[in-house]
Design a protein around this ligand. Sequence first.
Ligand code: A2P
Length: 331
Amino acid sequence: MSRARRVAVVGATGAVGQEFLAVLAERRFPLASLRLLASPRSAGRRLRFAGEELPVEPLTPDAFRGVDLALFSAGGTVAREYARHAVAAGAVVVDNSSAFRMDPNVPLVVPEINLAAARNHQGVIANPNCSTILLCLTLRPLQVAAGLRRVVVSTYQAASGAGQRAMEELRAATTSLVLEGRRPAPKVLPHSLAFNLFPQVDVFTEGGFTREEDKMQNETRKILDLPDLPVEATCVRVPVERCHSESVSVELDRSLTPAAAREAFVRAAGVVVVDGDPAYPMPVFVAGTDPVAVGRIRASRAFAHGLCYWLVGDQLRKGAALNAVQIAENL
Ligand code: A2P
């Protein structure tokens, strides 16, 4: 029997959707057919895939007829409305939104960490939050080596995390400020991001945290199977195009020297170490690459058995499209 799959990409015109196409082509995903779905706004558009031009079709409940695998990245509302149609048509859904991530019947998967969980799916597999995927890839080797007690993390999140239109808004506002000295009012992001940053990703929830910060705690707990792990996040949007960075402090159960932590990172799948004087990971070098890059590995001054480090990962690749395609490859 052929391994080739009939695939649909929902949200194909978006930032992650475009990256889905790039990753499917690069990895030579075995495709029997490829269907590109988006909103009626994109009717008539054509997108390039592996040297061909494919039409974008409007998303409708019966768009999944004959589809084996549906890669969704069109937000939670679309996922909640259309994933069931895809499943009813016999497709497996890998969804990049937060709609199903905390549903106990839906596996939340980072293949390097908990691929086995994907086998129990009931039609839908959730792709975790982008900052959380990058964080968990680096927490897992420390968890295995010395046990995790608590995590304090600050993120520096790129415009790409808010979608294609946010990236365009950042570019246009930066150009306008440089060339005309004028700061246009933001339409997509909550504040103007050009030459600025703001400590808010997603909406505020309880106790002064934001939903992104809640996701980082709740999803990390589910992926690492540590239901009580305290994860204190502060998520910041910065004027970077497409890589998220994170400053991480961890308290461990047992002591682990920075040299031993470095060894654990070197051995971990999906992680590269860029750590020296003066080498450390930066978005300009990490953009377009697959692994999460770790550096500035040092002993904590705040926790007895603690470590601090810095990570950078491409939000659109391992933080979204690549992780979802890796899940699909392993199904
Ligand atoms: P469209 O380009 O037609 O609006 P991003 O996260 O980069 O903003 O991308 C969101 C993706 O989700 C886009 O491909 C967008 O399509 C798609 N999308 C948004 N709303 C809908 C909808 N109601 N039905 C289908 N696709 C949608």
